[in-house]
Design a protein around this ligand. Structure first.
Ligand code: ZN
Length: 329
């Protein structure tokens, strides 16, 4: 009798518990669908981004095959790891336009590798082996504080912010190598595919089989004073929806002086190969200056591309805009 009573009571309790737990689940489900979790957007720390640019420049020019290049690669990998990213270094030998073999290192840092929704953020980290826009020491490498250093500096600060304020979506940060070792314009039989060798290699051989991201954002020369970022042609052709998303966000949070609503011609940069080879819609945030001969920043491929031209207001506009986009996904 006692035992049957216990069993009967247990059955009743079990049915009651099962019923309550179903109700509970339904209520929880309802709450989740009614109130989506809104993530607070962290504040981009521009001093921190600046210090990551300084650190790269302190190594010296980061030309493939040099000791400085090797040392900077180690710094980038350990820093991404310190900020909680799982890292992959993709190494290969690629051929410069004049036949020189270059030891390429694409450096990849991933957050939430298991997440299906992913955003790709990228910049090149190598610096040019020539100062072909300069009038002195043309055959010596440039420091590349803006051209190379600035995009990487902003992305390292974003990596640090992701560690402090975790995201649910996946983010892959890629520092492409051998972007800036291409054939100078105007040389005989100019080969436009001699640039961006790291991103060309990665687009054909991504670090993970069947890798895909919803979209990509490339940063190149994002620290010039009063920089104007226009709707560049390749970005517009392959990913105008993403240009809209980023430009609208930049303008909404007060940076309409930087994110200019003007269409300008396409350029050869890492995003061209990401769009055309691996088909991830990718935009380029890159300065457009219509007062220079090649429409790039006036210190482009000159020895004056050093820490003196790094402008914190511009860095902050770009860094905060990209953070806002990420945390609103
Ligand atoms: Zn360059």
């Amino acid at each position: 009798m006692v035992q049957i009573g216990i069993i009967r009571n247990s059955v009743i309790l079990f049915i009651l518990f099962f019923f309550l737990s179903c109700v509970d689940k339904q209520q929880v489900k309802k709450q989740i669908t009614i109130t989506p979790v809104k993530l607070n957007v962290p504040k981009f720390n521009v001093d921190s981004a600046y210090s990551y640019i300084q650190k790269q420049v302190d190594f010296g020019p980061r030309v493939p095959n040099s000791r400085e290049h090797e040392e900077c690669a180690n710094y980038l990998v350990t820093t991404l790891q310190r900020f909680g990213a799982s890292t992959t270094v993709q190494e290969a030998v690629v051929n410069r336009y004049d036949g020189v073999n270059m030891n390429m290192k694409n450096i990849i840092g991933s957050f939430n590798p298991e997440s299906y929704t992913r955003i790709l953020l990228c910049a090149h980290w190598d610096t040019r082996f020539l100062a072909d826009n300069d009038v002195v020491d043309v055959t010596k490498p440039i420091m590349g504080a803006n051209d190379g250093g600035s995009g990487v500096g902003v992305l390292l600060e974003i990596a640090r912010q992701i560690q402090t304020s975790p995201l649910e979506i996946g983010v892959d940060i890629i520092f492409f190598d051998v972007e800036d070792q291409g054939q100078p314009n105007g040389e005989l039989n100019t080969n436009s595919d001699s640039w961006c060798l790291g991103s060309q290699y990665w687009s054909k051989n991504p670090h993970e089989t069947n890798y895909f991201a919803d979209y990509g954002i490339l940063l190149d020369m994002v620290a010039g004073e009063n920089a104007r970022f226009t709707r560049e042609g390749v970005s517009e052709k392959f990913a105008s929806r993403i240009v809209d998303k980023v430009w609208n966000m930049g303008r909404k949070i007060g940076f309409s002086n930087f994110f200019v609503d003007e269409k300008t011609p396409g350029i050869i940069d890492d995003h061209l190969y990401i769009n055309s080879i691996i088909h991830i819609p990718t935009i380029n945030i890159v300065e457009y200056d219509n007062t220079t001969h090649n429409r790039f920043n006036k210190h482009h491929h000159k020895h004056s591309d050093n820490m003196n031209i790094i402008d914190k207001t511009t860095l902050n506009a770009v860094g905060q805009t990209v953070l806002e986009v990420l945390y609103n996904e």
